[in-house]
Write a protein that binds this ligand. Structure first.
Ligand SMILES: NC(=O)c1ccc[n+]([C@@H]2O[C@H](COP(=O)([O-])OP(=O)(O)OC[C@H]3O[C@@H](n4cnc5c(N)ncnc54)[C@H](O)[C@@H]3O)[C@@H](O)[C@H]2O)c1
Ligand SMILES: O=C(O)CC[C@@H](O)C(=O)O
Length: 302
């Protein structure tokens, strides 16, 4: 079997695939070239950078070899999943491997915006000592509202408990664990009550943003919005407007509508903590993703 790693893979996983006799090509191709190249591959492995849209799948189908696409990660919004599957290509992901890493980054951002860590890092390097300006907030006793209560949000909730926060959540499906500990509520109630609102849901292109002007207006003006889920789930223009008009206190963002983002106003905003989509970028998460990818391919090859 020939495997194309379009966005790389952890090196032990590549070694393991090669030792098992698979032919591995570790090369990123731009969209115009990718479909053509895929005519000669049985498996495609991607992270979030490669977009596997219908025209690429159509080209790949002409070769008649591509049978499996693996998303090394959780969100499959960069793949036209239904189209691939309707054309005989299996699509898999590695849903559990990065939950802890994303939860820890979420907490990093929550602490960063509460204590000005992100901006103090910038201003100190500019030679400033703005001690008086950076009077922040304790997390203890504050309410954290989680939008979506799946794998990542539940890890965030455990950490919030240790900080003495009250956790409330809203979730579309009923399948959640430990519900007795935390209060489930409507989105509106969550937005009105929370000091921190953190999103942990997939992006549904058909539904568009879950947080727009109307929802930001419902938030306390002392509240922070954290997005380590997907760019599209928050309307960036509405968020910028809410920040500029002091409708909310601040925001933290790991994921953007367009990546790499060109939204200079948002990323340079002094009350915004930003990272370049690194939720799953830890040694541990990438190691687990790599091993899961190897297992999926081995299983598929049987
Ligand atoms: N920043 C990163 O690098 C990174 C890494 C991994 C995952 N993610 C994102 O995090 C998302 C969540 O991951 P997970 O593993 O926790 O997923 P999950 O499937 O375990 O949980 C998502 C939950 O959200 C619920 N949900 C969906 N839409 C909703 C809505 N509009 N309102 C309320 N609840 C809703 C679902 O019912 C589900 O229970 C992924 O889809 C992905 O987009 C980001
Ligand atoms: O692969 C990445 O770079 C990000 C992964 C993350 O967004 C996911 O959905 O798993």
């Amino acid at each position: 079997m020939r495997i194309l790693l379009s966005d790389g893979l952890e090196k032990e996983a590549i070694k393991s695939l090669e030792e098992k006799g698979f032919e591995v090509v570790n090369e990123h191709y731009e969209a115009e070239e990718l479909g053509e190249k895929l005519k000669d591959f049985d498996v495609l492995v991607v992270r979030s950078a490669t977009k596997v849209r219908k025209p690429i799948i159509d080209k790949a189908l002409e070769g008649g070899r591509l049978k499996l696409i693996i998303r090394g990660g959780v969100g499959v919004d960069n793949i036209d999943v239904d189209y691939a599957q309707n054309n005989g290509i299996t699509v898999k992901n590695t849903p559990r491997a990065s939950s802890i890493s994303v939860a820890e980054l979420t907490f990093g951002h929550i602490i960063s915006v509460s204590r000005f860590i992100h901006i103090a890092n910038v201003t100190m390097r500019e030679g400033k000592w703005e001690k008086k300006k950076y009077e922040g907030f304790e997390l203890y006793g504050k309410t954290l509202g989680l939008i979506g209560f799946g794998r990542i949000a539940q890890e965030v909730a455990k950490r919030a408990e240790a900080f003495g926060m009250k956790v409330i959540y809203t979730n579309l499906s009923g399948k959640v664990v430990d519900t007795f500990k935390f209060e489930r509520c409507s989105l509106e109630e969550l937005l009105r009550k929370s000091d921190y609102v953190s999103l942990h849901i997939p992006f549904d292109k058909a539904k568009g943003p879950v947080i727009g002007k109307e929802q930001l207006d419902m938030m306390k003006n002392t509240a922070f919005l954290i997005n380590c889920a997907r760019g599209g789930v928050v309307d960036e223009a509405a968020l910028l407007e809410a920040l500029n008009s002091n409708k909310i206190a601040g925001a933290a963002i790991d994921v953007f509508e367009e990546e790499p983002t060109k939204n200079e106003a948002l990323i340079n905003h002094p009350r915004v903590s930003v990272t370049p989509h690194i939720g799953a970028s830890t040694i541990e998460a990438q190691g687990k993703i790599g091993m899961e990818v190897v297992n999926i391919i081995e299983e598929f090859a049987k």
